[in-house]
Design a protein around this ligand. Sequence first.
Ligand SMILES: C[S@@+](CC[C@H](N)C(=O)[O-])C[C@H]1O[C@@H](n2cnc3c(N)ncnc32)[C@H](O)[C@@H]1O
Length: 224
Amino acid sequence: MTDTMAWDTYSQKKPARRETNAAGETTWFNWTQYPDHGPGAEVIGAGPGVSVLELGCGKGGNLAHVAALGARAVGVDLSAAQLDAARERWDGPELHQREAIDYLAGCGERFDAVYSVFGAVWFTDPDALLPAVRDRLSPGGIFAFSQRPPIEGCYGCQASYINRHDDPEPLVVKRWDHTPETWAERLRANGFTDVTAEVVPAPEGDRRTGTLLVRAARCSGDRG
Ligand SMILES: C[S@@+](CC[C@H](N)C(=O)[O-])C[C@H]1O[C@@H](n2cnc3c(N)ncnc32)[C@H](O)[C@@H]1O
């Protein structure tokens, strides 16, 4: 079973995004696992004239909002099933079925922002991913991602389980969990600056885990 097949399986059980959010909007940006919660697209500065790449865009809900804000919105995902669902629902984004590092290495384009919401950044070895993202960002460009915070003491490469309807054995993909402090160190070591890495708390009164949200900029003097 390849990661692509695992994510196609995930796609079958992942429900489509709602038609509208609590504010009645048809597109919106959500960094967290909770509806109508947390910051929005201002984190990446999406707007007219800005080029934005999402790594692991899935069914494309966040990317559709980036496109609706007037930005060039490019999405990459391993899973054909996820991208089929995105194409069926949204017109705006440009979508590619590719592995994230593969795409970054071959696209030959610079982006003003690269982001990932519980997406490929979580499921790719940061030693390979962080330099690949830096190389595709314009000087001063923004890199941001969200994922679940690590379980205390469980750091580095971890197993992530994808359950199947018809089989008690889950599928397994790798993910990389680090503390906010470790993400900040790694980003600085890879040529990023202005790093913030923090846990956005779950909605008030909800005792579940928060969301790790990391944001950094490519050094503006770094024109390599
Ligand atoms: C948990 S889903 C999140 C999807 C979407 N960002 C969202 O918020 O709904 C993870 C997505 O990342 C994609 N993915 C995982 N590893 C990837 C990789 N190395 N390259 C490209 N896409 C990847 C999967 O196919 C899947 O669509």
